[in-house]
Every structure is written in C-alpha cells, then in structure tokens.
Design a binder for this molecule. Structure first.
Ligand code: ADP
Length: 557
C-alpha cells in the first residue's frame, strides 16, 4: 500500500468519524439545553408553588386578624383601646394596635404621649399615613396585589381564586355569629402594605359603616415570617436551592446548599402577593446551570471514547492490512530473489559439468579448475539452502539448538581454512587474531558456522575492495567475543539497526550489483540470540563494517 493510499484511506476513516462525533456533540448540546430548559421550568413551578403556599398562609393570617377586628363590639374609644391592647398582649402576631378617626387623625396610641418606645416608633412610622386620609387608598392593596399577581405564575393565580371561592361558599356559616350579609354591609376593611425603615410592614384596618373611627392592627412581621417558613420544602432537590428574598434583595431564608451571592442568577422567581416586593427564588447549586454540566461532560466523554475506539480500531485494521500487504510483497520478492540466487550457481554448475561431460576439455589443469568451480558453486548453493531452511525454521520457531562441547578456536580455524581460497580469490587478505589455543564452549556447531559464513559472505560480496578481512577472537567477561571486520564502504549509520531486519538491504549501487535476499544478517542475529549470545554492528574506526558476535562459554542457550 503506497503512502498516499494509506493516508487517503486513513482520511476516509478520520473525516466521517470526526463528522459523526461533531454531529453527536451538537445533538448532545441541544439535548442539554432542552434538559436545562425543562429543569428551569420545573424550578419555576416549584418556586410558584412555594410562593402560593406562603401567600395562602399570609391570607389566612390576614383574614383571621381582620375577623377579630370586625367582631370587636362598638364601644367608646377608651374601652375599645383597652380591648385592642388586651388583644395585642395575647396575640404574638399583633405588634401594634391603633384607633384612627377621620378628620382627627390618630386617637390611640396618643401621638403626644406614647406609652413606650415601640409605640413612639409606631407613631413615627405611620405619621404620614395617619395624617393624610388619602394615603389609606393608595397604592391600594388590591393594586399592589394585582401587580404582583401579574408577575406570579398561573399556579399562584389558581390557588388564589380557589381560596376566594372557598371563602365565598360558606358565607352563611360565618363564625362571627353575626349574619354575614349584615357584617359585609356593616363596615369596610382592608390591608395597607407600608414601607418604612427599609422594611415592609402590614397594616390591617376595619371601619364601621357610618362611623368615623377605624380600628387597626400592625402585624408582627417576625412572628408572621417565623410561621411562614414551614412552607419551604424541608429537603429541596439535590441540585437546587430555594430562597425567600425580601424587598431589599436580601436573603431572608434559604433551603439548599448554595452559597448565594449578589452575582448568583436565579433559575426562576415567583412573587408573593401578600408580601409586595418579596420573592421566592430558585437557584441551581452547580455554576454550570440546571443540569449541573455533568450531562454534557459525561456524554462528551462517551462520544470521545467511541470516536477514539473507532479511530484506533480502524487504524489497527488499516495497519494490519498494510502489514499483510508488505508481508505479501516481501514473500514474493523473497521467492524471486532466492530463485535468482539458486539459478546462478546451478547454471554455472550445469555449464561446467556439461563441458567436462562432453570430454572436450583435455587439459588436466583446466579440468581441475572447472571441477573447483563446480565444488565452489555447489558449496554456495548449500549455504543458500541452509539459510533458507534456517529462515523458515526460525520463523516457525522450529529451530532446535544443539548443546555439544566445541572448541570455538578450532572451529574458526577450520572454517577460515575452508574459505581461504574464496577470500583470496576475491582479492582479500585474511588476518586472523585467534590467540587462544582452545576456547571450549557448549554450543551448536551448525548455527555458529552459519553465522560466521554469512558474515564472511557479506564481506566478500560488499567489501572486497577493502582488501582486508580481519577475524579476531578473544575472551570477555566469561564469554567469547568474535569480531569480523573489513575495510569496505561500511554501512550508513541510518541503516545500522535495520540491516538486521529480514529482507532489509541498504539501497546502494554496490548492493544492487550483488545478489542477495536481505536475510543473511537477520538469520545470523536470530541464530546468535538462539545460542544465548548477541550479534551487533560495531563501530569500525578504520572505516568499513564490523560485526561483533558474543557467545556464552557455558552454552546456556
Ligand atoms: P544480503 O546480503 O542478502 O542483501 P544481508 O542481511 O546479509 O542480506 O545484508 C543486508 C545488507 O547489509 C546488505 O544488502 C548490504 O547492503 C549490507 N551489508 C552487509 N554486510 C556488509 C558489509 N560487510 N559491508 C557493506 N555492506 C554490508
């Protein structure tokens, strides 16, 4: 597979995978938005439900207080003030009571002589209201309520309507004892929210028909709020926090673990009709919004894992296909180069054998020379066939290594003697440095011979121009070290590792001129490792190539 085809195929895998991943991420983002919106809507509904509950509770309190005012008997102001005072003392929801008279102003408590600091504060707080009859009207509670109602959700409205309906139904059974229609006609009543000292106050009043007096009550807000907070959910959803926010924007109460700051943006808010400007707000506990950001993160991780798996799996298959193709190509070129290498000696052998067979050569010297050629070429064939056999045995893991006692020095001398003619015919001089008289090892003779022959073959093939072949044997740290070096062109540093890979040939004109299959060094290294030794290329200071074989003495292969 060419590099271009490989890149194109990989791009064909990468681009659709990326598009698939991006599409999936886009869909996930939309899904997260949808989830966030529904979470926001749910939070809005929950806030409105809490606000509705609060509102119902406030309305109950207000109704109860007005009911009491309405049921007070009409008496002289002093007696009435006593009754109101008594009521205030007994009811924790009542902070202050008052009697106000049209055209006259505040009757009780006496604006000139407040009996306590609290009364003094009360008079000061409502001075403008008590001084101005028109102030009782506006902004009327109903309008304030309507404004709030506009903001409140439909849930809130429905609850309010339901409560009104429920109140109307049992009108004939009014607990005041007096007939309800009369009571309704008997006077007017109302509530007036009042903002003073930076906080909200609620003032309820009742006025008998035809009388100038108005009796009223100021709600003890703290006691009211204390009773309202039970309407907040004890255990809010794990992802949300609910807060009651007062008219100044301060948090009055909260449930949930979020540390609410002025920067916190609520998911939803709901107004409380009975407490103008107060809100119930819902916040997401996680800064990433209603879904906590975990959905997109997890989903992206999942999509990422799928994409990586697709890319890795695809790349692996592609790489495997590439390897198979390279293997197939190597096998074909191996078969062709081995056949070629077999053909050359066979042709020479046949040619000389035919010449001798025809008995046309009469000169005994010539006959001897031809016979030597036949012997040399058949030896070359043997080496080649041995290499091919070793290669297939090593590839299949079938190569067995013998353990026989050998004298490495004697083995080397014998081998070199047998190759001396070839070496000299190649124009090379053999320099032996085998000082040891005996180098006993436990090893495999055939394997050792094959390694040394492959190295000598290469020196003759590629380094004959260097004229020298040096063979050295010396002991080194309990092993024998055999070095075979020449003074040929050497091996470029970028190829020094790869020459030991099977089928690898250095791409030079010298290599191209010589026959070879790129197996010699690969087989030699595998055999060396099989013997428990090593075969490496070693730097040769005087130029040329140098190969170093180490073999263990004990033959621990
Ligand atoms: P082959 O000789 O069949 O090509 P080898 O595995 O024996 O295969 O050698 C691999 C390559 O290493 C050779 O093709 C050659 O380019 C290079 N080579 C091996 N020995 C030498 C040497 N002594 N001098 C220069 N190049 C060498």
């Amino acid at each position: 597979m060419t590099r271009l085809r490989l890149i194109t195929t990989w791009l064909l895998l990468l681009v659709p995978t990326l598009m698939l991943g991006l599409g999936a991420l886009y869909l996930l983002k939309s899904e997260e938005n949808r989830l966030a919106n529904s979470a926001r809507a749910a939070a809005g509904d929950r806030s409105a439900a809490i606000a509705g509950n609060l509102d119902l509770a406030i309305a109950e309190v207000k109704d109860g207080l007005l009911e009491t005012l309405r049921n007070l008997p009409q008496e002289n102001p002093a007696r009435q003030a006593d009754r109101l005072e008594e009521w205030k003392r007994g009811n924790p929801l009542v902070r202050n009571v008052f009697i106000w008279e049209r055209g006259h102003g505040l009757r009780y408590p006496d604006p000139e002589m407040p009996s306590s600091d609290e009364e003094g504060d009360f008079i000061r707080r409502y001075r403008s209201l008590f001084a101005n009859p028109a102030a009782w009207q506006g902004p009327p509670g109903d309008i304030a309520a309507k404004t709030a109602t506009d903001q409140a959700s439909s849930i809130l409205l429905e609850r309010r309507e339901l409560r009104e309906l429920a109140k109307q139904a049992p009108a004939s059974a009014d607990i005041s004892g007096a007939p309800a229609p009369d009571a309704a006609r008997a006077g007017t009543s109302g509530w007036r929210p009042w903002f003073a000292d930076n906080s909200l106050h609620l003032l309820g009043w009742y006025e008998w028909a035809g009388r100038p007096q108005r009796i009223g009550v100021e709600v003890e807000m703290m006691a009211l709020m204390g009773r309202l907070l039970g309407n907040f959910p004890a255990e809010p959803p794990d992802t949300e926090t609910y807060a009651l926010i007062d008219g100044n924007g301060a948090i009055f109460h909260q449930v949930g673990r979020l540390d609410i700051t002025p920067d916190s943006l609520p998911l939803a808010t709901a107004a409380i009709i009975g407490l103008p400007h107060w809100l119930v707000a819902a916040y997401a506990n996680s800064p990433d919004g209603a879904t906590g950001g975990s959905f997109l993160l997890l989903a992206s991780l999942l999509v990422g894992t799928f994409m990586v798996a697709i890319l890795l799996g695809g790349s692996l298959l592609l790489w495997q296909a590439h390897r198979n193709q390279v293997d197939a190509w190597q096998k074909t070129s191996f078969v062709s180069s081995v056949s070629h290498e077999l053909k050359t000696p066979l042709t020479t052998i046949r040619m000389y054998a035919e010449l001798l067979g025809e008995k046309r050569i009469e000169d005994p010297d010539k006959q001897r020379r031809y016979l030597k050629v036949i012997i040399r070429e058949s030896q070359r064939l043997t080496r080649l066939v041995n290499n091919v056999l070793d290669f297939s045995r090593l590839e299949q893991g079938r190569r067995k290594f013998a353990r026989e006692e050998l004298d490495l020095a004697a083995l080397l001398h014998g081998l070199l003697d047998s190759q001396l003619v070839r070496i000299e015919e190649a124009g090379m001089q053999l320099a032996r440095q085998i000082e040891a008289t005996s180098a006993l090892i436990m090893s495999d003779r055939d394997a050792l011979e094959q390694i040394v022959l492959n190295l000598i073959d290469n020196a003759i093939k590629y380094a004959a121009a260097g004229k020298l072949l040096r063979v050295e044997l010396q002991p080194q740290q309990g092993r024998w070290l055999l070095r075979i070096s020449d003074q040929g062109p050497g091996i470029p540093s970028s190829h020094r590792q790869q020459i030991f890979d099977k089928f690898h040939r250095v791409d030079t004109s010298l290599t191209a001129r010589q026959q070879g299959s790129g197996l010699g060094l690969s087989i030699a290294r595998q055999l060396a490792e099989g013997l428990g030794g090593t075969l490496v290329f070693c730097p040769n200071t005087s130029g040329g190539a140098c190969f170093q074989l180490t073999v263990p003495t004990g033959g621990d292969a």
